[in-house]
Write a protein that binds this ligand. Structure first.
Ligand code: NAD
Length: 263
């Protein structure tokens, strides 16, 4: 199937590694021009070079901190200028810190709202004028299975990602008449560097093996394993592509069946 992404102009936020980098690579494999961003210039440059080397597609790296409003303005305007417009926006960011209610100070709530919710709001606000000029505009928010099924000791993710879902569904309603599609992916356990770091920390803490730590998390998942970042990315790229032209307002889990709710 031709996804129709050749020459499309894409911005994937938070993309020097992990889910964002995997999505950027997959867009580039489909012939799209891709802008990526992160705070660390060296890592971002290395990711851009590796995507270019593998795909030959144009990759535009911009150093930006998604918790800084001016950085988001500069990021979006430089991408729109460089590509002469924008067709696809993926709002992604680093995850908020873990913790229970008692362990979470007020400042952590404020910071997580900026990182998880307001970065998406600001990216969409800044990108919308350009997306409105595209004939195949799509926005994808990256949330988590935690919006369907709260995860223990992930209070901030469980709470604030719900607001991103409210934003996604509302925008699907408001922007649908203009032909702009807005969807969300709810990733389950995916073997990114962040998850590998978490597994390694637990191996050290509990004296277990990496395999035992993975088994703890996957024994109730129907597919009995974590996803690869590429498995997330292929769904992300399809949802944003013209091939999914009648899909909007959808909350798509990429979780190996982890969410057990019937609706
Ligand atoms: P990751 O830590 O591997 O990658 C995060 C990326 O975001 C990196 O490129 C990092 O440089 C960038 N980043 C972080 N904070 C930033 C900031 N303030 N400004 C700009 N860039 C920033 O994480 P990941 O596993 O790829 O997860 C991505 C998102 O998906 C996170 O919000 C995470 O909580 C969520 N998620 C991940 C999983 C999973 O299993 N991996 C599951 C559900 C949800």
């Amino acid at each position: 199937m031709d996804l129709g992404l050749s020459g499309k102009r894409v911005l994937v936020a938070a993309s020097s590694r992990g889910l964002g980098a995997a999505a950027a690579l997959e867009f580039a494999r489909e012939g799209a021009k891709v802008a990526i961003c992160a705070r660390n210039a060296d890592r971002l440059q290395a990711t851009a070079e590796s995507i270019r080397a593998e795909t030959g597609s144009e990759v535009f790296p911009v150093v930006a901190d998604l918790t800084v409003p001016d950085d988001i303005e500069r990021l979006t305007s430089s991408v729109i200028e460089r590509f002469g417009g924008l067709d696809i926006l993926v709002t992604n960011a680093g995850g908020p810190p873990s913790g229970t209610f008692d362990e979470t100070p007020q400042e952590a709530w404020d910071a997580a709202v900026q990182l998880t919710l307001m970065s998406a709001v600001r990216l969409i606000r800044a990108a919308l004028p350009a997306l409105r000029k595209s004939d195949s505009a799509a926005i994808l928010t990256v949330t988590s299975v935690s919006v369907k099924q709260p995860i223990r000791a992930l209070l901030l993710s469980n709470s604030i990602r719900m607001a991103v879902i409210g934003l996604t569904k509302t925008l699907a309603e408001e922007l649908g008449p203009e032909g702009i599609r807005v969807n969300s992916i709810l990733p389950g356990w995916t073997r990114t560097e962040r998850v590998e770091e978490l597994l390694a920390a637990n191996v050290k803490r509990y004296g277990t093996t990496r395999e035992e730590e993975i088994a703890k998390r996957t024994q109730t998942i129907p597919l009995r394993r974590m996803a690869s970042p590429e498995e997330f990315a292929k769904v992300a790229v399809f949802l944003c592509s013209p091939a999914a032209s009648y899909v909007t307002g959808a909350m798509i889990p990429v979780d190996g069946g982890a969410i057990k709710a019937t609706l």
